[in-house]
Write a protein that binds this ligand. Sequence first.
Ligand SMILES: [Cu+2]
Length: 279
Amino acid sequence: MAIAIAIAALVLISIAFQLLSPWWLTPLASNWGSIDTALQVTLWVCGIFFVALNMFLAFSLFRYRHREGHRAHYDPESVTLERRLTVWTAVGIAALLAPGLIAWNKFVTVPKDASVVEAVGQQWQWSFRFPGKDGVLGTVNSRLITPDNTFGLNPDDPFGRDDILVESSEVHLPRGRPIKVLLRSKDVLHDFFVPQIRAKMDLVPGTVTYLWFTPTRTGTFEILCAELCGVSHYTMRGALVVDEEPAFNAWLSQQPTFAQLTAEAGQAAPNTSNPRPNS
Ligand SMILES: [Cu+2]
């Protein structure tokens, strides 16, 4: 009896916590309403089953409690009950999976007109690279990373000369255009996450991952690393500033290109020396 009351109380407290909790999704700032829909459907399906199953358990404990003169009877199989359980479990699982699959299909299908930006993660900061006027990112190699070439750009690749390098962890993007974010890590696993954008993806050393989104409102949003990546993981934050197109173009035009930075560093361009010729 006490257990039945405790289970019913837990259900009611859980519902109250959900209704009164201040911790809810931040207002959406991208096209990913379908991810919110998937989250809501998951919450509702799990919530309904959580309440129904636990209340049934509490009811059964109360209804079939031990009483003098009552005897349990052995009923090992019930075809009707098993059929119902199978059907309703299948409906529940399908309802959980379907919205996620629809959202995932959109998530992995990048629009052809998406503009590209690269986000580079390292312990414990972000930096960013835009392709420049030619629209193509130059090739990179971790072995080429030096204090003067923090992105590891290949100095012999003509596509890399005009790449725009943002060495601060604040990046600007224009509102209303699809953006493909290429994700590259210099060291360990990181995860690019902007709560208001919803989209997040792991950065995996040795490969390039990606995600895409269309910013739908201007503002400054926090970029987080959502993968425990070392002792200072919590400091790995950045800022995503969504501007209207003219303000974005003005900001972008102030960022240096790889060619400008190498010239500043006093290196003759193009630089053909390999910092580790023997490796
Ligand atoms: Cu990290």
